[in-house]
Design a protein around this ligand. Sequence first.
Ligand SMILES: Nc1ncnc2c1ncn2[C@@H]1O[C@H](COP(=O)(O)OP(=O)(O)OP(=O)(O)O)[C@@H](O)[C@H]1O
Ligand SMILES: [Mg+2]
Length: 369
Amino acid sequence: MSGRWKVEELNVGGVHEATFYPNPVADSGFRFRATHLDGKRAPKVVLCNDERIPPGTPCQVRITVMTRPDRTDRGVVEVELVKALPFRLEGVWLDPIVSKKLQILLESGLNVLLDGPQGCGKTVIAKAIAKALGLEFVFFNCAAVVEATDFLATVQVRASSTGAPVTDFVKTDFLAALERASTEPHRRFLVFLDELNRCQETARNVLMPALDASRRVYNPITNGFLPIPDNVQFIAAVNRGSEFSGTFGIDAAQLDRFAPIHMSYPPPSEEVKLLSNRHPEVQKKLVETVVAVADKVRMSPELSSGLSVRATDEVCIVLKHPLMEGNERALLAEVLKSSFCGRFPGRPEDPGSDAGIVWAIVEAALSES
Ligand SMILES: Nc1ncnc2c1ncn2[C@@H]1O[C@H](COP(=O)(O)OP(=O)(O)OP(=O)(O)O)[C@@H](O)[C@H]1O
Ligand SMILES: [Mg+2]
């Protein structure tokens, strides 16, 4: 819904939905401010001082006071909290129970570890959470970290005017965000530590005090400790394939600093909805077939890695291309061979290889359908 409320349409006692953020006017006596009610622009700023308000998450509120109802350019709408509502993630699928747990963990300021097979949506979901909660999303790829200092700075060597080598420290996005968080306390930052299990354990250790109550991290540029302000939240992601070996190389003390959230692929009906929304040009029946085959591949106990939603998405992109017109179903087997089997080691013709196992699943599923 969009548009604007007229002052006379709002009444004391009226119940509406609003999303609050910290009030930038520090001395107003109200901690939180919103600009919209039920998705429509409010005629005056909406204020609430209830400390239970979860910033960035929709809430149901009741109007308690409307000052200067005679004016549209003055006055405020004061509200009280009725209840917090679940956040809504747009364009992604997340199990509703997991979504609620995630919301509670984030509201409580806990670090979250998303653990799930490749391409099940860890990154898109973290981004969608940042958007839903009004947080600035800071992506950090831990797989590129070799030395502990790489989290905060990269070292670049250049020639000085005399020709002697000079070492410069260049801030990473992570460090830049921590610094901005200190100077811009009204903004909130979500630092996404992707592929946390892919960096050296010794390097990861530098993050330990950032993730516990110490809330500080060593800054190699200043050779001192940088405090991590409260307006910084961490979500990390790990990918342990589908073998669920029980370990992904992060030691117990590091793991203990995160609240774990286990994710899996969307159920087939939800994946069909996602793909059909993105690719309305592809017949729904065909999307259902693609997802059903992917589901069989994912369920196979013989394969050691998953089959991402990227793969099913890629198949739809190929199938809807004008070059495929009229031939979609006929070419489906070939498209699945390259997009599904091609993601696994070996060759489709070799039944002993992972690619061969996937090809056997594809052929069997297509002949059934
Ligand atoms: N739950 C989901 N909801 C919506 N889209 C999804 C979901 N899961 C996967 N996708 C789609 O698949 C693509 C891959 O998702 P994403 O990069 O978030 O996966 P990932 O779990 O972070 O993968 P990786 O382990 O490889 O980092 C996304 O671009 C998105 O299009
Ligand atoms: Mg990812």
